[in-house]
Design a protein around this ligand. Structure first.
Ligand code: MTE
Length: 308
């Protein structure tokens, strides 16, 4: 996610082979085989409970340890290992989400009140970072559409703008100007209402770890990882397209839509393939990260090269 003009990458945007090989040597072949077997068992266990929408039958889950220790979360630092190291004392309770803008039911919602009317679901989704690494993750959460319906948007609401907590006393990264704070993302209202869009509160059958966005983060699996905003405190319904943090930082590199699209390269690297955390080889990245059948109709008639 790094932008040349701001800061040079402290670690490569795409995990270098050297680092990968080191990790592999560290784990050793026996260790990795064990992890794969455990992940396979977990897939079965989780699949027993999941909602079918978007569930990735037949794909191995990524090792939990990798997903919780290789993170992008600039509020806690720009190296992949920083979020885990620096977020352990982050306070995720009490937590309030402000619902505002063009909707009938505005207000400050305590997190439990926001979540409790909905049924919590487990869903396995592919995750694809714009940096060309990927994962398969069992999430736990509620449909974003539920929260939006309860907010009752006005007819003029066309987008939802989503904000991360701003608290430099707890988030050391916010004391520097690497990107603008607070982190902001946005979706068109029909994207946000799509049944695949999840507000996650957990992963791997447990509460969401702080480094992965506790207590509440967005998961939109057909979009690049940076749309999946963490530590959400505010949902604002608007009539105009929000400017996201990464658009503000480098609009030629990161667009509003950020749909996974292997035919549109990032200006500095190819998006044709990705490497799953823990894998040796890159594999072709599918259109919309494999969710084309579910989401392509949202973009019919749009030029996906211009609306990247
Ligand atoms: N949300 C906030 N608030 N701050 C961030 O820096 N990074 C994004 C996204 N959400 C980020 C964020 C990016 S670039 C990615 S790839 C994913 O979180 C990474 O999620 P993960 O660390 O759980 O894999």
């Amino acid at each position: 996610m790094l932008i040349r003009k701001h800061i040079e990458p402290p670690s490569s945007e795409i995990t270098p082979e050297r680092e990968y090989l080191n990790r592999r040597q560290f784990l050793g072949m026996v260790g990795s085989m064990g992890a794969i077997t455990a992940a396979g068992a977990l897939t079965q266990a989780v699949l027993g409970a999941v909602q079918p929408a978007g569930a990735q039958q037949g794909e191995e889950l990524t090792d939990e340890e990798k997903v919780t220790s290789y993170n992008n979360y600039y509020e806690f630092g720009t190296d992949k290992e920083d979020p885990k190291a620096n977020s352990q004392r982050f306070r995720t309770r009490p937590w309030t989400v402000k619902v505002e803008g063009l909707c009938r039911n505005k207000g400050d919602m305590p997190l439990d009140g926001l979540l409790s009317p909905s049924k919590v679901e487990d869903r396995i989704y592919r995750f694809r970072c714009v940096e060309a690494w990927s994962a398969v993750i069992p999430w736990r959460g509620i449909p974003l559409a539920d929260v939006i319906r309860r907010a009752d948007p006005l007819p003029g609401a066309k987008f939802v703008e989503i904000y991360t907590l701003l608290d430099p006393s707890q988030m050391p990264g916010q004391r520097s100007g690497s990107i603008s704070w607070p982190y902001v993302e946005g979706l068109r209202l029909d994207e946000a209402m799509h049944p695949l869009a999840l507000l996650a509160t957990g992963m791997y059958g447990k509460t969401l770890p702080n480094q992965n966005g506790a207590p509440l983060r967005l998961v939109v699996p057909w979009k690049y990882g940076f749309k999946n905003i963490k530590a959400i405190v505010r949902l604002k319904f608007t009539d105009s397209q929000p400017t996201s943090t990464w658009m503000r930082a480098a609009s030629n590199e990161y667009g509003f839509y950020a749909n996974v699209n292997p035919t549109v390269d990032h200006p500095r690297w190819s998006q044709a393939r990705d490497r799953k955390l823990g894998d040796l080889l890159r594999k072709p990245t599918p259109m919309f990260n494999g969710y084309e059948a579910q989401v392509a109709s949202l973009y019919s008639g749009m030029d996906l090269r211009r609306n990247f």
